[in-house]
Design a protein around this ligand. Sequence first.
Ligand code: UD1
Ligand code: MG
Length: 455
Amino acid sequence: MPTRKLAVVILAAGKGSRMKSDLPKVLHPVAGKAMLWHVQASVATLSPEETVVVIAPGMADVEAAAAPSRCAVQQQALGTGHAVAAAQEALKPLLELVETDVLVVFGDTPLLTPATLQRMVDARAEPAAPDIVGLAFRPDDPAQYGRVILDDDQKIEKIVEYADADSAQRQIGLCNAGIVIGSGRRLFDLIDRLDSHNAQGEYYLTDIFGLAHQEGRPAGVVEGPVAEVLGVNSRQDLALAEAAMQDRLRRQAMVGGATLIDPATVWLSADTRLGRDVTVHPSVFFGPGVTVGDNVEIRSFSHLEGAKVAEGAVLGPFARLRPGARVGAGAHVGNFVEIKNAELGAGAKANHLSYLGDASVGPAANIGAGTITCNYDGFAKHHTAIGAGAFIGSNTALVAPVAVGAGAIVGAGSTITRDVPGDALAVERSDQEIREGRAARFRQERQAAKDAKQG
Ligand code: UD1
Ligand code: MG
C-alpha cells in the first residue's frame, strides 16, 4: 500500500492557566527541553510533509521555539476544535494537492513516543481503515480527562468531556489522550460543523467523534500507554512528566552502555549523549548540550552543561563544566574546577580549585591548584592560551589576554600579565626574606610582656 502523505498540527495556543505562569505552557522544560521540543522531536520521526504549530496572538517566544515548523495563530482560545481549524489555511495547498492525513497532537504531552505515533499512522494504513482514529488510554485515576464511549463494534460512539459527563459516564475508565489522525479533508469537514453548545462554551475537537458516528462513519481507536499521554496542565503534572522522562532517559543511557551507579540521583537532559563504559557516580547533573565519549568517569556532584568530554577523561567530584567546555581525551578535571568556553587538551590536568574561562590548555599541561584565568576586565572577555606540557604553579593568576608557551613553567603564586615564551620559567613574586631566629625571639618577647602584666 502506498504511504499516505502526512501533515501534523501541534496545538499550543491554550492559556495554560492552571500552570499559573508568565511562560507559555509548552515552553516549560522537561529534561532541559521545552515540552514543545519533545513533541516536535517525536513527530519529526514520522517525516511529515508539513508541521504547523497553533499558537495564540503574541506568542512570539513559542513561534521562535517552534522554528522551523510553521505557526498559525488562533485569534481566541475557543477550544481544541477551533484551534485545529486555525491550521487549515496553512495546510490548504497540501490538502488540495494530495490525499493527505492530518495528525493532531497536543503541545502539552511531552512523553509521547514515536512508536505510539507510528501506531496511529499504521491504523490509517490498514485496509478499510476508519477515516478518523483517536488515541485512548486507561489511567489509574481518570480525573478530568474526556471519556471515550465505544459502540458494540469497538468504534468510538462519542467522547464526552469531563465537564459535560454525567456520573455514569465519569465511571468510564477509557480516556481521550487528545491525539487524532484522519483524512485531512474529512477531519476539516467535521471540524467545520462543530458548535460550542457545551459546559465550557468551547469548540471541542472531541465532538468530531460523535458527528462521525452519527453519519455512520465511526472513528477507530488505538489504546496507548498511560505513561506517554500524561497531559501537563499544572506544576504537579510537570513534575510527574519530568520524573517519567528522567526514568526513560536513565534507562536509555544504561541500554547504551553507561553505568549509572545510583540512577535515581542522576539528572539527564533529553539531548545528553553518553558513550560506552561511561561511569556516572551518584548525584551528577547533565544540563542541555552535553556529549561524553567512551570510558569517561564522572564522579559525584559534578554539574555539566554545553560541554564535550572526550574518551577516558575523569571528572569530579565537584567538577563544573559550563557551556563551551571541551575536555580532551584522558584529561582530568578535579574538585571545584570550573571550565567555561575553554579547551583542556588531551591528558591535561586541572585537579583542584581552578577557574579556566575563555582559554585553551594544550595537551599534557598541568594546571596547579587555585589557578585562575582572569578573563574579564569588567567590559570584555579575553583569551588565555597555555601551551602543551606547560606547568602552571599553584595560585597563579593569568591576566588575559596572555599566553604561556609550550613547556613553560610558571612559579606558584605568580600574577602573569605578559606572555611567557615556550620552555621559559616565569616567576612573579617578591624575593623571600629569611631572618634567622626571629620567630623564636618574637615568642620570647611576647611571653615576657604577658608575664610582666600578670605579675
Ligand atoms: C483535552 C481533551 C480531553 C483529553 C485531554 C488529554 C478536548 C476538548 N479535550 O482536554 O478530552 O482527555 O485533552 O490531555 O479536546 N489548545 C489550543 N487552543 C484552545 C484550547 C486548547 O491550542 O483554544 C491547546 C492547548 O494549548 C493544549 C491542547 O490544546 O496544548 C489541549 O488543551 P487543554 O486545555 O490542555 O485540554 P484538556 O482540558 O487537557
Ligand atoms: Mg491538557
